[in-house]
Design a protein around this ligand. Sequence first.
Ligand SMILES: [Zn+2]
Length: 330
Amino acid sequence: MSELHRFLFDGQPVRGAIVRLTDAWTEMLRRRADNTASGAYPVPVGELLGEMAAAGVLMQSGIKFNGALVLQIFGDGPVKLAVAEVQSDLSLRATATLKGDVADDAALGALVNVGGGGRCAITLDPKDKFPGQQPYQGVVPLVDAQGRKLERLSDVLSHYMLQSEQLDATLVLAANDRVAAGLLVQRMPVKGEGNIAGGAARRDEEDQIGRNEDYNRIAHLAASLTREELLTLDVETILRRLFWEEKLLRFEPQQGATGPRFACTCSRERVGRMLQSLGVEEAESILAEQGRIEVACEYCGKQYHFDPVDAAQIFAGPPVRQPPAPSAVQ
Ligand SMILES: [Zn+2]
């Protein structure tokens, strides 16, 4: 079962979280693999998307916010767009749009940053927006301060967290075809004594970046976690191996109904309503040409099939009353 564990280092200005997506992750892979138009993700793309899903859960778990955290990579290579979306209740989904061939050993640069134009966007989209409210979005390039291409998503995101929150973060991510997992340790904000003005607190944080010895020690331990360990060891073993000399204060693990889990709002009924709004003539012309209609959800890749009998039932039903959710017709 997919799980999220959050913890504090007792007496240290450091917090951590570890996520293991298993059933939630394989469901996302299965929907894509079952899609006859797209087929399964090439291995490096699946790994990138799994890392994005794990990172999305870790980042969402660290903020007090009611809404969706959306991680997007806009690529200029064979991956045009990769998206992972995690709601405050930890339900999540992810998808990628490809164009062109992906080499078996492609790293981040070869997937999404071939010409140096790749971007990673992190969006916080509140659930209950007041009129006119825009989602918050931060965008970072896929290069380091010297302009060198980054080859790991974890480097891109820790750079983003440092920039956006002025707090050091260490992230280890890994995914294969069964597990998508991640470990995050993050320095916590300096506690204000009395009423520190925002500006002073911010300067305090900047002074502390890279200089807090407790954080540096813990970050060093976290960074020693290998991809293999992250993918194969259970959470208790990982925490014991890495932090056996530290005193951890653990929160209740989140799994099952309160843990990270796959969810998409698509359904056969919804897609049927979309077809209805397309109109009977359009549907019949697709049926005449292809024998059946296939509609894929653009958020999770699940494909819905409608043969002529299904289509006839849809158009015999009550007319569409509301505009349908946007979906890709293939
Ligand atoms: Zn869907």
